[in-house]
Design a protein around this ligand. Structure first.
Ligand code: UD1
Ligand code: UDP
Length: 387
């Protein structure tokens, strides 16, 4: 018994913190990888629950049981509420957990507020998905600022790509504290693609049908969107473009799992309800979402994660943002940046729906964001550094 306790105490205690759907999806393979190394690491998981239903979907699917849950989500709260609650909540979690190192992911309010809470306790931070940059602190907003601030506080930086590494070097981050890993989202993607065999396809089909979309042989355009800088005019333009396209192409299915943010729900439901070939459904669980992504002809999104997953599946993505911190797939041609200008969205979708040659040119599978081994690289690196 006493020996056991000593063993535990010799282990490095890692606190993994996340709060939103994409963070959960991208931290999952890392948690699984740490669990394989329980001889050296003791992991504790804290969810801020910045998202609730959308986070719980992921926790349940991957069977992740947090040790701490700040449960901060309230409908429609603003960035001040979210950030202040996380900062205060993390003070108590860190006091209780006493970790050797804290792992955060990406660029959300959870990321930056947790990094700040760690700084106040002088606990080192390791930043997963580090070094993404647009160069404009208002686009995406507030994510570009969140990740820059997190970089400044962090000790170790896990860069998905070489470009991300160079961004960090340009900000004078020490070379020995950066490694290029690929993006853990590809680890997760590969994990679930294995599971989507024919039997499961039937189950997933039923699940999606229950939500209101019965798959057909029609071409499928999958849509997601939630960026704060697109609230208001941006979303009105996006919805208006979708409406025109849906009427122009009655034999194309436009499927939109709508983010739960009320700033998204309101315009989307107001403008797009009641159109025969537009399917507004609730956010999908990860597995059915990937299934649908794989069945899509084309994706329209402002999401970060979807821009990373789609190239691996050979799916063209039209990105409804003015900037992207993920230039790798734009350079390869599978991702097209169009912003939220109605005309540009309509033109680009029309081109890909009508011009087969143009479509074929850009719809091929490639993996600019890694080969599914990012989590292992991160765990190996930390094992070496924390020896
Ligand atoms: C957050 C992140 C963004 C990330 C996105 C992923 C910040 C500042 N923003 O944006 O970087 O790309 O998550 O989706 O950290 N809601 C629910 N249930 C849920 C989730 C959200 O009802 O499960 C509603 C609530 O009304 C909530 C609102 O959506 O207040 C906004 O959630 P919030 O986390 O503040 O912002 P997101 O737009 O989701
Ligand atoms: N996703 C999901 N269900 C959905 C829509 C998206 O599981 O209905 C997944 C998607 O596969 C990706 C992640 O959620 O991994 C992207 O999340 P989001 O667009 O909310 O955030 P971002 O990546 O822009 O931060």
């Amino acid at each position: 018994m006493i020996m056991g306790e000593i063993m535990v105490n010799l282990k490095r205690k890692i606190l993994i913190v996340f709060g939103t759907r994409p963070e959960a999806i991208k931290m999952t393979p890392l948690i699984k990888e740490f669990e394989k190394c329980s001889d050296f690491f003791q992991i504790k998981i804290c969810v801020t629950a910045q998202h609730r239903e959308m986070l719980d979907q992921v926790l349940e699917f991957f069977d992740i049981k947090p040790d701490y849950d700040l449960n901060i989500m309230r409908a429609g709260q603003d960035l001040y509420d979210v950030t202040a609650k996380i900062l205060l909540g993390m003070r108590d979690v860190i006091n209780d957990c006493q970790p050797d190192i804290i792992l955060v992911h990406g660029d959300t309010a959870t990321t930056v507020a947790t990094a700040q809470a760690s700084l106040y306790k002088k606990i080192p931070v390791a930043h997963i998905e580090a070094g993404l940059r647009t160069g404009n602190i208002y686009s995406p907003w507030p994510e570009e600022a969140n990740r820059r601030l997190t970089t400044q506080i962090s000790k170790y930086h896990f860069a998905p790509t070489q470009i991300n590494r160079e961004n960090l070097l340009n900000e004078n981050i020490a070379e020995e504290n950066i490694i290029v890993t690929g993006n853990t989202v590809i680890d997760t993607l590969f994990l679930v693609l294995e599971k989507i065999d024919n039997n499961l396809s039937a189950q997933l089909f039923k699940k999606i049908q229950k939500l209101g979309y019965g798959l057909s042989d029609n071409k499928l355009v999958l849509i997601t969107g939630h960026r704060r800088e697109n609230f208001g005019e941006g979303f009105l333009n996006i919805c208006s473009a979708l409406k025109d396209l849906a009427y122009r192409y009655p034999s194309v299915d436009f499927v939109y799992p709508v983010h739960l943010n009320p700033n998204v729900q309101k315009p989307v439901k107001k403008i797009l309800t009641g159109i025969n070939n537009v399917y507004l459904i609730n956010p999908l669980d990860y597995l059915p979402f990937i299934y649908l992504l794989n069945k899509s002809y084309l994706i329209l999104t402002d999401s970060g994660g979807v821009q990373e997953e789609a190239p691996s599946l050979g799916k063209p993505v039209i990105v409804m943002r003015d900037t992207t911190e993920r230039p790798e797939a734009v350079e390869a041609g599978t991702v097209i940046l169009v912003g939220t200008d109605k005309q540009k969205i309509v033109e680009n979708v029309t081109k890909l729906l009508e011009n087969e040659l143009e479509y074929k040119k850009i719809s091929y599978a490639h993996n600019p964001y890694g080969n599914g081994t990012a989590s292992k690289k991160i765990v190996d690196f930390l094992r070496e550094k924390l020896k």
